[in-house]
Write a protein that binds this ligand. Sequence first.
Ligand code: TYD
Length: 204
Amino acid sequence: MFITLEGIDGSGKSTQAELLTENIRSARGEEGVIWTKEPGGWPGGDSLRKVLLEGSLHHPLTEVFLFLADRCEHVEQVILPALAAGKIVVCERYSDSTVAYQWGGRGIERGKIEGLLSWASFPSPDITFWIDLPAEKAYDRMVSRGSPRDRLESEGLSFLSRVRQGFCTLAEENPDRIVPVDGDGRADLIASEIYRKVEEYFFP
Ligand code: TYD
């Protein structure tokens, strides 16, 4: 069972991924679930994550290729083995982020990105929770948190708005997989809503 969580920076997706993992753990035991994230969620992935976030890349396609390379190792070393062992995988960010950020945010041709994604044949999530928050609110949260302004996050409000629009488009196109969740509320209530949907979906 492969669950992904998506959303713009500051949407609360990390908190929700953590709470979902804890909820599944309490219900199904420590061994039944793993939490992981992109970029960098595999042994050795920290170096790639660092390159992606530190802001030293100039050519727009370098970023695309590195996110995909990161996913190749993440899928091979972490996601597929966990799924093969019968575990539930909770993964923060995945291919929807590549489309929303690199197409929606950066404006790289969508067909090219989709072509690379389909060539890589990454396993598809069973269900994706898109934690949606207006870009202004997400941005304010990031500012009040004093978020370090790494390169991707320092692109500002209009970048975040375009990325959010990218997620909107993906959600409209994939209503059977992507569940939009209103991220503007109490974290514990949002977590219960997500967990309820997971139970309905996987353990009807
Ligand atoms: P994330 O780890 O969620 O940020 P943090 O934990 O530092 O708040 O993601 C890092 C950034 O990488 C985020 O801005 C989104 C971006 N990203 C892409 O642009 N494309 C991708 O395919 C992925 C997986 C992430």
